[in-house]
Design a protein around this ligand. Structure first.
Ligand code: ZN
Length: 248
């Protein structure tokens, strides 16, 4: 761990791996070609979802957790499958300690200062005591699968008050919109591994932000009929990503 400019001094190549594309998920490709065992072979840290959109995924220290819409958190099995996930072997090259109440927007500014350029990827780990965290969770879908924009509209946002835990995710460049979610995309789980989900907003009271530079993006495209037949370039792709991920 070094100071604010650690990444600038010694940038090293680092791979970020993902299976499938955000645009495929948006088009209803919820079939999981890849098992978690395979996914974990590419990284010990990351986020994603499960087959049939059955919960939000967070991977911490090689342990995958499944956070369902009913509020339960359970350890996922290695044979469980994912239609979309992003992982890396997290090496915190640079960090910043938070000592007072910090909003999501303020934390984004701090993260921006830790980056050498917005043209690379960054894995993010935000841990500590939160005044509150609001999350939402995708809901398990039944076949025939519908586009994601039709599945997320009714999901409730849950607010967790006075909670300690960890956020895991990525900050990706604008060119990643559709490949992944451009901008910051993080999931949260509390220290008891009892509650969590896809992060909408939060205030961090005290903790640590750690950033890992990603220079090499590797994408494994599913060899499935569903992926082969998906419409990956709808006219309103940007609006679809925003609606699915942020409810904007
Ligand atoms: Zn998410």
């Amino acid at each position: 761990m070094s100071g604010d400019r650690g990444v600038r001094h010694h940038p090293v190549r680092h791979e970020v791996f993902q299976t499938s594309l955000m645009s495929a998920l948006l088009d209803g490709v919820y079939e999981g070609e890849m098992t978690l065992a395979e996914l974990l072979g590419h990284g010990n840290f990351g986020i994603g979802t499960f087959e049939a959109l059955d919960g939000e995924m967070i991977i911490i220290d090689s342990v995958p957790w499944r956070m369902r819409v009913d509020g339960t958190v359970s350890r996922a099995a290695l044979e469980d499958r994912t239609p979309f996930a992003t992982v890396t072997n997290f090496v915190p090259a640079v960090g910043h300690r938070i000592t007072g109440p910090t909003t999501r927007a303020q934390l984004h500014e701090i993260i921006d200062r830790l980056m050498i350029s917005t043209n690379y990827l960054y894995a993010l780990r935000i841990s500590g005591d939160f005044e509150w965290v609001s999350t939402r969770t995708v809901q398990r879908q039944e076949r025939p699968w519908r586009p994601m924009i039709e599945t997320t509209a009714g999901e409730d946002v849950v607010r967790h008050e006075r909670t300690s835990g960890v956020m895991v995710g990525f900050r990706t460049p604008l060119f990643e919109q559709g490949i992944n979610v451009a901008g910051c995309h993080v999931h949260f789980v509390d220290d008891d591994r009892g509650r969590g989900g896809h992060v909408m907003d939060f205030v961090l009271d005290r903790g640590l932000v750690e950033v890992c530079l990603g220079t090499d993006l590797r994408v494994a495209l599913p060899l499935t009929d569903a992926f082969a037949g998906a419409d990956l370039a709808p006219d309103d792709l940007d609006a679809r990503v925003r609606a699915a991920e942020t409810h904007e």
